[in-house]
Design a protein around this ligand. Sequence first.
Ligand code: NI
Length: 255
Amino acid sequence: MFFDSHAHYDDERFKDDRFETIMKAYESGVTYILNASSNIASSVDTVSLTREFDFVYGAVGVHPHCADEINDDTYKTLKELTKEDKIVAIGEIGLDYYYEYSPKDVQKFHFAKQIALAKELNLPIIVHDRDAHKDTMDIIKSENAKDTGGVFHCYSGSVEMLKEVLDNNFYISVGGALTFKNAKKLVEVVEYVPLDRLLIETDCPYLTPEPHRGKRNDSSYVRYVAEKISDIRGIETEKVAEITMDNAKRLFGIK
Ligand code: NI
């Protein structure tokens, strides 16, 4: 049984077959899914998904791409949405200097502010960090995100950075990128990471693992990530599934 700790079923690429795709993933053994949000509309859709499917949980928040859409009402709405039973995290939030769709200063400001909200609500955060390792860690430290913890999704840092991530009470999550040919740095990270700090994810519809790279991703493909971890760590895939399931439930406070 797998826990896909990061999916985007509110994405328009699922608009024609959302229900079937989610049910197909469940029947393939993915018995828990966390849907991560990108902005307010997506957070509202995430809440709907958690109501529709017993096994879907959610995070609400504003992705760094959309940071310049944020206004005062955004925070009121986010807070309201967290009153839902199955909203278990704030995310995804962070910094994206690769695309830089929102100005860096705006991204930093709202990353810090959403960390403060998560701390106030006592919820873990889901961190998106793309080409922004230093500023991401600086903000995690200056905002004392350690107090509430969370996960670096699609972790792309080094083993050195991982030590800091772990010291600050964070987990890491790995997805399809681990199965790619050029995954050397990520393989080293997976060799090193304590197994009780590791989650698995798809980030679907993006980042489809081998051997399906190029197709639309969905949660049923999370098993390829678990199989790759199994190869790297020399433990059975079922054991990887069990450990990452326990970790995700502990992090998100799911019984
Ligand atoms: Ni994502």
